[in-house]
Design a protein around this ligand. Structure first.
Ligand SMILES: C[S@@+](CC[C@H](N)C(=O)[O-])C[C@H]1O[C@@H](n2cnc3c(N)ncnc32)[C@H](O)[C@@H]1O
Length: 491
């Protein structure tokens, strides 16, 4: 357990008040969400002391200077040990540059420079023409916004070999490129890059040039915290340019007071699994909750099962949807039909219950059979993120086909049903606490995508069949009953 001293926060608070008066439209367009003084000081505390170093620190998208300010503050108080500091802050917004200048002036021992303009444009030019002096440190809370595939930003970045989809990953990639060997980067960014498919080139860029040294996660099992989406979805990380792979510190706290900070060390292969073609970055759950990775060796393909997103996209097939079943329709299943088992049709619900079977819809329908389906979004009330349900054809005695709506993932065998016991075995396994924890370790969001289910490891087909036979004989499948039975399966 590490503790971090509580800093004096008065100067920062004054600047924050000024910043809160920014134009809201501009705030949204430029991603102007300022780091709180507590988080800024925590981020500054993550840099290791390196005495005798002449420091050049980068703050890209510096806003009112919360981060470079906290960094300089720590140095001025005798932390960090540098012989000298030169801070370079990039900021596109003129109003904020006024606040930034005011903040940086309060550290007269440091040499400071504000670069007005677009960091992406300025940094790509510097990198292209090799007209920059490398940085030893970077402290960032970059703007977050999608970068269109044909936008000028995308093209500029492509010129220097950076392929990425969001401003935040572009800022981090550029910071990495601008660092000297051994350079330290601390950044507060969304977790989405850890496992999103679009972020794979960025993950590869990051993992091939830096070693991850620290990951900090805001996490709580308390209900109230769930509403603080901003913290919940963000991560603080420290990277070392050109660093050798080594232990990764993972810390968690319930909020930005860091009052209950806990940290633990993990081997690098627990964070990025060797040989993982997706290069997912797994962030372990709260250290005390940490359990080893799932002990199973089979993939879904080994079991002979595929997973697909429900093929019925309702707004594209609107004219074929019906509130209630009719003679020419087949059942259409939404997550709403799967609250603790299958309830279909739902009279008076907001979603249609049926889809007309005709030549326009036929290709989106599956033959009626046993399937295991997993909701893509779990509701806040559900304790687990992965919620699986068995679809039993007995619930639809008249139907030859079924429609699965796009908010469901369907586990199937070549778009046909599964053996009954396999569907039950898969559902019991996916509803286990072990799967939920493994899932939380690599996903910061509540969405469960087909690729996530494809990338989990599974017990063998025989084990799942045995588990399914057992599940079918249970009067009620509580969490502890499921977890107990899975612990009995031999790995
Ligand atoms: C999320 S805010 C964070 C500000 C500051 N780093 C902090 O932690 O309080 C991102 C900042 O980046 C600035 N910004 C947005 N796009 C930029 C760009 N292309 N170049 C430079 N700065 C940019 C915004 O004006 C905003 O001040």
């Amino acid at each position: 357990m590490t503790t971090h001293p509580k800093p004096h926060l008065q100067a920062e608070a004054t600047h924050l008040t000024a910043v809160s008066r920014l134009d809201p439209a501009r705030k949204a367009a430029l991603g102007q969400f300022m780091t709180s003084p507590e988080i800024a000081h925590f981020m500054a505390s993550l840099f290791p002391e390196t005495p005798e170093v002449a420091c050049r620190v980068l703050d890209a998208g510096a806003g009112a200077g919360a981060l470079s300010g906290a960094f300089l503050e720590r140095w001025q108080r005798g932390g960090l040990g540098f012989t000298s500091v030169e801070a370079v802050a990039y900021e596109i917004d003129e109003t904020l540059r006024g606040h930034l200048a005011g903040r940086l002036q309060t550290y007269p021992a440091a040499k400071t420079q504000i670069r007005a303009g677009d960091f992406i444009e300025l940094a790509t030019q510097d990198l292209l023409w090799d007209t920059f002096q490398p940085f030893t440190h970077a402290i960032l809370n970059p703007p977050y916004r999608k970068i269109g595939s044909q936008s000028p930003h995308r093209l500029m970045l492509r010129q220097i070999g950076i392929e990425t989809v969001n401003l935040y990953s572009a800022f981090v990639a550029l910071a990495i490129a601008l660092m000297a060997p051994g350079g330290q980067i601390v950044a507060l960014i969304p977790r989405s890059f850890c496992n999103g498919p679009y972020y794979r080139p960025f993950r590869e860029f990051l993992l091939s040039r830096t070693a991850i040294r620290h990951l900090h996660l805001f996490e709580s099992r308390r209900q109230a915290f769930k509403d603080d989406a901003v913290l919940q979805e963000n991560i603080i990380l420290r990277l070392e340019k050109g660093g050798q792979l080594g232990p990764v510190t993972v810390s968690t706290s319930t909020d930005s007071t860091f009052a209950d900070l806990v940290s633990a060390e993990y081997a690098p292969e627990q964070i990025v699994f060797p040989g993982d073609a997706e290069s997912f970055i797994h962030v372990p759950a709260t250290p005390e909750l940490h359990t080893p990775t799932l002990p199973w060796a089979a993939t879904l393909a080994d079991i002979g099962v595929q997973v697909s997103t429900g093929p019925v996209v309702d707004f594209r097939l609107r004219e074929h949807l019906r509130k209630m079943p009719q003679t020419d329709t087949v059942p259409l299943l939404y997550p709403a039909h799967l609250a603790g088992g299958v309830s279909w049709p739902l009279a008076g619900g907001r979603k249609p219950n049926a889809i007309v079977r005709n030549q326009d819809t036929e290709k989106w329908l599956y033959p009626t059979g046993f399937y295991c389906v997993v909701k893509r979004l779990s509701s806040k009330e559900e304790p687990r993120r992965v919620v699986a349900t068995v679809i039993d054809p007995a619930a639809f005695p008249q139907a030859e086909k079924l429609g699965f709506e796009n908010h469901l993932n369907v586990l199937h065998d070549s778009k046909h049903g599964l053996p009954e016991a396999l569907a039950h075995g898969l559902a019991a396994y996916l509803n286990s606490t072990g799967v939920d924890q493994a899932f939380r370790r690599f996903s910061g969001h509540t969405q469960v995508n087909a690729t996530d289910l494809k990338n989990l490891s599974y017990p063998s087909r025989t084990q799942l069949l045995t588990l399914g036979e057992w599940a079918m004989g249970q009067p009620s499948l509580t969490q502890s009953v499921i977890d107990g039975q899975i612990a009995e399966l031999k790995t």
